[in-house]
Design a protein around this ligand. Sequence first.
Ligand SMILES: [Zn+2]
Length: 110
Amino acid sequence: MDACDADPYLRRAAKFHGERTDRACPVCKSRKMVELRYTFGDQLGQYSGRLKSLEELREMQSEFGEFRVYEVEVCNDCGWNHLVASFLLGDGVNRRPPRKVRTIEDEKVG
Ligand SMILES: [Zn+2]
């Protein structure tokens, strides 16, 4: 897993789902820096690898035993990005992954 790939998907995600930061881009000095948070974990099942807001993370904290969060900082102007932090969240209670359900994302992939 490499959250630091400056792929079009990451830049698109930053544009539409990024949460504004008050930092300036170290490369182009732009103030359009945003943060993205990706979640990974066995207990997330098919939802592993999804983008989550801080609010969603707070809810997930009590819904899952353990999952890892990757916090990525992206510049919406030049595309510069890097991994800010990765940490574990969860309430420590082991749960089975959620049952697989079809989602809009699945439809797109086929
Ligand atoms: Zn920049």
